[in-house]
Design a protein around this ligand. Structure first.
Ligand code: GTP
Ligand code: SPV
Ligand code: MN
Length: 602
């Protein structure tokens, strides 16, 4: 891996030092340890961005794309051994192992700091240390948090400028109080060696140290590290929720609007659902995006309100097309950073599933020649776009609203080839928490390791909950007790397959039909049948008009198979047992009740 040399910016940029002494002391300490050639205080300005892009092009960190086809957009190829999150090297370093709980890798904070300091010693010699001030959340929200990320990667700076509100705005919000709450993030590429790759969280210190990676959720410390792992820890302490959820608005032709938040695991359809375009049959219905990956939610007047803490989308590229997700295609048509897609001979980008014919020749994500006959994929399955949320033509008008948007429904969903029906509704909040706590999903390319393995992934937070999962379940139950007007809770599965292995449900825009039923349920106008697992729509409760789908498929996808569900219930119990006694009694009771409901209908 070629490391880029230190850069010395022209005067007037790269010198935006904040006045807060706590920040200055911390940067001083990290600089003494890492020994960079110079320190670059990022202000997030256009001039600074242009300068950094220019330097990145010179160093081949970025390739320039055809500016007529994709204006102001660039391609980055990461190291081939560094293409996804690394869950096995992600640690929650609470004082005791019990606080991190049974689902997290834990390491003792003192020892971990010592180990990381050893790795960081002299790590930035000959490099530039960038300090990135940023906020998570709209500028005037009480939920908004300040973070500072130190990094030796220009790619991180360029991405953070898209993904967060960066620069002066954060320095102002922090102010001069040395005791103000802010997150300390330290990132160094080191030598991009998987054996020296650690993503460590110190919730009690509101601190993150990430070394040895240059990719995505490992290094954009605002995202999974702060907004979810540290965020969830702070949320429990402070009485709110930090969740791996998209937030969308859905407006009827009569102008009645609801907001919905949905938790699906990585690469299981959040961005696509958040940008849904209703099919022609739903004339006059409009879906708008508040967020595509993370929701911070608080209780106010007995209701749940959500903000999107991010400012951009770091989305999965493969499979994105004008057919599957036109709003994403329009979003990434300009001002976008692409990571690990293929480059065509005319300087355009290409990936599996893009509209049109594959190019006769391209350079693949590794930098090798590629033709349609190649065995290798042109784009990495976890290739990504980084694009400002302002690029989204369907952005919601309340995305900047500090108080957030009121949530009418919460949806949990996983990627399941069998057992779990297209949609069902929980009987009440506690049952809904049980649906979230017991959800399972096939693993995807978003994290290194096996793909397609079904695992339990409670609330899509398995890799992101920064404390004991039992306490997290209890926190969800407690939040419910504060809600006098709680959202209804649903479970969806777009990925159920038939006997021949094909998806039974067309998905994407057609998911509007499921969303419409969910809204009908919120409005108390939708029909449903009581089943042991919850309320199920019958085929005529779903609006399936003008949908080309076999009646048999509909029956299959809405149905529950008693034998499959006996296995599923055993799986829930096994999962809860594996957590070693941390699961709240209320959820264990839910498990008993589920089994009992099945017995009743035999
Ligand atoms: P992260 O950014 O990793 O958190 O992923 P995400 O949850 O936002 O997933 P995304 O919307 O990017 O979708 C991931 C993959 O699932 C893409 O390849 C999509 O094409 C595919 N996908 C999304 N929605 C559907 C759907 O309704 N049906 C089917 N069959 N595939 C879908
Ligand atoms: C995810 O894996 O859920 C993502 C991508 O959103 S990353 O930022 O790499 O974590
Ligand atoms: Mn995600």
């Amino acid at each position: 891996m070629k490391m880029s040399p230190a850069i010395f910016p022209p005067s007037g940029i790269g010198d935006a030092r904040p006045a807060n002494q706590a920040v200055l002391d911390w940067v001083d300490e990290i600089a003494k340890l890492t020994e960079p050639e110079n320190i670059f205080w990022c202000d997030g300005s256009d001039r600074e961005n242009e300068f950094l892009i220019g330097e990145s092009l010179k160093e081949n960190l970025l390739s320039k794309l055809n500016q007529k086809k994709v204006p102001r957009s660039y391609l980055h190829r990461s190291d081939p051994n560094d293409v996804a999150r690394v869950e096995q090297f992600t640690f929650v370093c609470t004082p005791t192992k019990e606080e991190a709980g049974p689902t997290n890798n834990w390491s003792e904070p003192g020892e971990t700091y010592t180990k990381l300091r050893g790795l960081l010693k002299g790590a930035m010699r000959g490099r530039t240390l960038f300090v990135i001030p940023y906020i998570m959340g709209p500028p005037d929200s009480p939920l908004t948090k300040v973070g500072f990320e130190i990094t030796d990667s220009k790619y991180v700076v360029l991405n953070m400028r898209i993904m967060t509100r960066m620069g002066e705005i954060a320095v102002k919000r922090l102010g001069n109080d040395p005791n103000a709450e802010w997150n300390r993030g330290v990132h160094s590429l080191l030598d991009i060696n998987p054996e020296r790759r650690f993503i460590c969280h110190f919730p009690q210190d509101n601190a993150i140290i990430s070394v040895g990676s240059g990719y995505g959720g490992n290094v954009l410390l605002s995202k999974k590290c702060l907004a979810l792992r540290i965020g969830s820890y702070l949320a429990r302490k402070q009485g709110w929720l930090a969740e791996h959820m998209l937030i969308l608005g859905v407006e009827s032709p009569e102008g009645k609007k609801h907001y919905v938040a949905a938790a699906f695991p990585s690469a299981c359809g959040k961005t696509n659902f958040a940008m849904l375009i209703p099919p022609d049959h739903f004339k006059g219905w409009k879906v708008t995006t508040v967020g595509d990956d993370i929701a911070w939610m608080q209780v106010r007047d007995g209701r749940l309100y959500a903000i999107n803490p991010e400012n951009g989308y770091f989305g999965v590229v493969p499979g994105t097309s004008y057919k599957s997700n036109p709003n994403a295609m329009r979003s990434i048509a300009h001002d976008t950073l692409y990571t690990n897609v293929a480059l065509t001979d005319d300087g355009d980008v290409w990936w599996e599933g893009k509209d049109g014919e594959p190019p006769a020749h391209a350079i693949d994500w590794r930098g090798n020649d590629w033709t349609p006959n190649s065995k290798e994929k042109a784009a990495h399955p976890n290739s990504r776009f980084t694009t400002p949320m302002r690029n989204n033509p369907a952005i919601d008008s309340d995305v900047e609203k500090g108080g957030g948007v009121p949530i009418s429904a919460i949806i949990f969903g996983g990627r399941r080839g069998d057992t779990v029906p297209l949609v069902h509704e929980a009987f009440d909040w506690a049952h809904g928490v049980y649906l979230g706590a017991t959800m399972a999903s096939e693993t995807t390319a978003a994290a290194t390791g096996a793909v397609g393995k079904v695992r339990h992934d409670p609330m899509a937070m398995l890799p992101f909950c920064g404390y004991n999962i039992g306490d997290y379940f209890q926190h969800w139950l407690d939040i419910g007790k504060r809600l006098t007007n709680p959202p209804l809770i649903f479970n969806v599965n777009w990925f159920r397959k038939g006997v021949t292995g094909q998806f039974l449900w067309p998905g994407f825009g057609e998911n509007m039909r499921v969303l419409k039923w969910i809204i009908d349920r919120c409005e108390q106008t939708g029909g449903a049948l009581k089943s042991p697992i919850g309320w199920l729509p019958s085929p005529h409760d779903l609006d399936l008009a003008e949908l080309d789908i076999d009646h048999k498929c509909v029956a299959e996808i809405l149905g529950i198979d008693h034998e499959e569900w006996q296995k599923e219930i055993a799986g829930h119990k096994e999962f809860f047992d594996s957590l070693g006694g941390v699961v709240p009694e209320e959820l264990l009771e839910q498990s008993e009740q589920l089994a009992a409901r099945f017995k009743e209908c035999l």
